[in-house]
Write a protein that binds this ligand. Structure first.
Ligand code: DX5
Ligand code: ZN
Length: 222
């Protein structure tokens, strides 16, 4: 048994928005590494979450980096606003970018880490020619748009395939898993090669969210 050096990113989407200040402080005072911030436009995904003014309010109190997951069409329009609202990592969807290479360069020019998210149906092989230019790949383990959905098991083999694809050219690539992550599957995800676990309902819906973060951070792998 061992523990891996992985990151935990609680997804604020599952927080109680009426108590956002307290929720931000819970994450600050926990063993979490990042805040995961889900921005939706009602077009790329069939839901609308919150936008940059709310993110900016979170950034004002957050003591940890903001990992922003843009579920919006044509994200180039909002990269600068996203940086200005406090993003450290900006992740765009492969399916939402016509000129992905240019978009990633734009994110890095702003001084942010550049991430690409893949929907469950999108093969990791499509990243082959751009993998060198990515800091983080977010594998969606649910269809994006909503918290609290059931984890898609195919994700395990996608992690392994992605790690193999990146091995020769991008050793530092972070593999993030988003959707349906909790105590029940965290160990298996880390064993498959995940680096960052996003957790929404399994953290904010827990009786003791701080403890839920701690358990994910110290999960034992085989
Ligand atoms: C879904 C979002 C996720 C979501 C995860 O579109 O990208 O970050 O908040 O929520 P859980 O952990 O509840 O599946
Ligand atoms: Zn997300």
């Amino acid at each position: 048994m061992s523990t891996t050096k992985h990151l935990i990113a609680p997804s604020v989407l599952a927080a109680d928005f009426a108590r956002l200040y307290e929720e931000v402080h819970m994450v600050n005072n926990s063993e979490a590494d990042w805040f995961h911030i889900d921005i939706m436009d009602g077009l790329f995904v069939p839901n609308i979450s919150f936008g940059f003014p709310v993110m900016q309010a979170i950034a004002k109190h957050a003591t940890k980096p903001l990992d922003v997951h843009l579920m919006i069409v044509d994200p180039d329009r909002y990269l600068k606003a996203c940086k200005e609202a406090g993003a450290a990592v900006i992740t765009v969807h492969y399916e939402a970018c016509t000129h992905l290479h240019r978009t990633l360069a734009g994110i890095r020019e702003l001084g942010c880490k550049a991430g690409v998210a893949l929907n469950p149906h999108t093969p990791v092989s499509l990243l082959k020619d751009v993998i060198r230019d990515i800091d983080l790949v977010c594998l969606m383990s649910v269809n994006p748009g909503f918290g609290g959905q059931k984890f898609i098991e195919q994700t395990y083999s996608k992690i392994k395939e992605l790690r193999a694809l990146a091995a020769a050219v991008n050793d530092a690539l972070l593999i993030e898993i988003d959707g349906g992550v909790g105590r029940n599957n965290a160990a298996q995800l880390l064993e498959a090669g995940a680096d960052v676990l996003v957790a929404g309902s399994s953290v904010f819906g827990a009786a003791n969210p701080t403890l839920a973060v701690q358990e994910l951070k110290h999960i034992s792998t085989g």
